[in-house]
Each structure stands twice: as structure tokens, then as C-alpha cells.
Design a protein around this ligand. Structure first.
Ligand code: 13P
Length: 252
């Protein structure tokens, strides 16, 4: 099982042409990466079928950026976890800060989505992180542990054995301000300790990714930290060379 993960969240950036070119270059470049690192891409929904086809038989896994907490029914514009599974999706982001802030997703909704993704046989990538104001008020650990605990309360601590956690400080997303390796490690260590206090075996095997302005230049030092098991990459995942270089950094 790969110990590191490098995941690319394309957010709302793609076209048929750009997606084809990016995936083609990633598939070609990823062959030189070791089995130690799981590469994952999260394209926008309309491009899932294209990505599924282009990633078939490759080591790059397919992810989706969001899923409904509902199984089916009158939810116009929504996509169920089972539908994503139909298109070969293995990982689904839940609780991304953009969903929490722009679409008012509460901890309860995030937990329901987490459960829906697992029920459909996929792995949720649970995103947690503090705002700049919360960091300045020394509330960082309080906030991330509460976001994590909301999911543990709803789904049980053992559910984290089939999940990935991504620590993404809101102030570092899309700003060019990366958390320092020490700042990130402090929070990653606290997240693992929080889970360990409830299930040591789950905590020991849990992958915790760092996200927030990760680039090829910052990835090496971040990934060298004890409790950082890879990255969730936005901007730098839209270009094959930079995303592959971050994959290379995960090789250790
Ligand atoms: P950036 O890498 O563009 O800061 O985005 C991080 C992110 O939100 C990934 O989910």
C-alpha cells in the first residue's frame, strides 16, 4: 500500500482540450514514480468520463471534488456518491474549505457526505483547517479537532481507517502563503494524536495530507515531516510538470 499520496484538486478549471493534454502528460510522467506514492486527480464532474478513460490501466487514481449526502431523488444539480462510483471514482473530497465557506456546508453536512462516500465504496478525503483569524486567536487545534470530531461522532473513529485527512489552513489556500513545515507538522501531529486518543491503530495508519499553496519548491521540506503523508494540491496540479515534480518530492 502506498504510504504517500499526492492529490490534484483542479477545482473549476478544465476544458476537454486542457484536460486531455494534462492527463496525457501525467500518465506519461507518472510511470517514473515509485509505488510508494499514490497520485490522484480530482477533475470537475463533466470531465470524469474522459479522465476515467484516459487513466484506465494507469497508476493514477480518479477523484471527485464533491458528492451529495443524499442517495437519490429530487435534488436538482446534485450528484450522488453511487454515480461517482459508476465512473471509476475512488476518492471524494468532503468538507473542502471552499464548500464550507461558499456553499455553507456545516460539520453535519460534511459528516453526512463522508458517510455517503464510504457507503458507496469510496474513500473520502476529509478536509479540515482554520481561518487566519482563528489562527491568530490561537484556536487552530481547537478548530481542526472539532471538525474532525464531528465526523468521528457521526461515523465512528474506525471509519477513519478507510479515509484520508487533508489539513488545509484556509489562509494558505490560493494565497501563495504556505504553512511552514514546522507549522504544518504541529497541526498534523495534533490531528494524529487526537485520533490516537480514541483508536491508536487507526491513527498510526491514517494518511494526513497537507494542502495550501504547495509547490515543487515547498513540497520536499513539507513531505519530510513525520506526520505529513503527502499533499492536496490546487494551482500547481494544473500543470503536469509541477504536479509531477511534487509527486517526485513524495518519493523521499
Ligand atoms: P492551492 O494549492 O491552489 O493553494 O489550493 C489548495 C487546495 O485548496 C487544494 O484542495
Amino acid at each position: 500500500m502506498p504510504t504517500m499520496m499526492v492529490a490534484g484538486n483542479w477545482k473549476m478549471n478544465a476544458s476537454i482540450e486542457s484536460s486531455a493534454a494534462l492527463l496525457e502528460d501525467l500518465v506519461a510522467g507518472a510511470t517514473s514514480l515509485s509505488e510508494n506514492t499514490q497520485m490522484v486527480v480530482f477533475p470537475p464532474l463533466p470531465y470524469l468520463a474522459q479522465a476515467q478513460q484516459m487513466l484506465q490501466g494507469t497508476a493514477i487514481a480518479l477523484g471527485a471534488q464533491n458528492a451529495s449526502e443524499h442517495a437519490k431523488g429530487a435534488f436538482t444539480g446534485e450528484t450522488s456518491a453511487a454515480m461517482l462510483h459508476d465512473f471509476g471514482v475512488r476518492y471524494v473530497l468532503v468538507g473542502h474549505s471552499e464548500r464550507r465557506a461558499l456553499y455553507a456546508e456545516t460539520d453535519a453536512v460534511v459528516a453526512a457526505k463522508f458517510k455517503a462516500v464510504q457507503a458507496a465504496g469510496m474513500i473520502p478525503v476529509l478536509c479540515i483547517g482554520e481561518t487566519l483569524q482563528q489562527r491568530q486567536q490561537n484556536e487552530t487545534l481547537l478548530v481542526v479537532n472539532a471538525q474532525l470530531q464531528a465526523v468521528i461522532d457521526a461515523a465512528g473513529v474506525e471509519s477513519l481507517g478507510q479515509a484520508v485527512v487533508a489539513y488545509e489552513p484556509v489562509w494558505a489556500i490560493g494565497t501563495g502563503l504556505t504553512a511552514s513545515p514546522e507549522q504544518a507538522q504541529e497541526v498534523h501531529g495534533a490531528i494524529r494524536a487526537h485520533v490516537a486518543s480514541q483508536a491508536a491503530n487507526v491513527a498510526a495508519n491514517m494518511q494526513i495530507l497537507y494542502g495550501g499553496s504547495v509547490t515543487a519548491a515547498t513540497a520536499n521540506e513539507l513531505f519530510a515531516q513525520t506526520d505529513i503523508d503527502g499533499g492536496l494540491v490546487g494551482g500547481a496540479s494544473l500543470e503536469a510538470q509541477s504536479f509531477l515534480a511534487i509527486g517526485q518530492a513524495a518519493q523521499g
